[in-house]
Design a protein around this ligand. Structure first.
Ligand code: FES
Length: 72
């Protein structure tokens, strides 16, 4: 999850290449299995081999909490 001027961003942590978990490394989300990198603000691919952005969830703040909705 990250926050920017547009609000909260929540993504599935699994890389879209082969599903290995991504982690925050400096200013990017990185998959250490094959090196794909993703933009933490948008989930877009910065460096392959992944070809699709991270799956995005709807996230909102209300009533003092953060709510994330997973779409089927
Ligand atoms: S599983 Fe993430 S780059 Fe291959």
């Amino acid at each position: 999850m990250s926050r920017n001027q547009d609000g909260l961003n929540a993504f599935r942590v699994n890389c879209t290449h082969q599903g290995f978990p991504v982690t925050r490394v400096g200013k990017v989300l990185e998959c250490e299995l094959h090196g794909s990198q993703f933009d933490p603000a948008t989930g877009e691919v910065l460096t392959g081999p992944a070809g699709r952005p991270l799956l995005r969830y709807t996230a909102e703040e209300r009533d003092g909490g953060i709510f994330v909705t997973a779409q089927p």
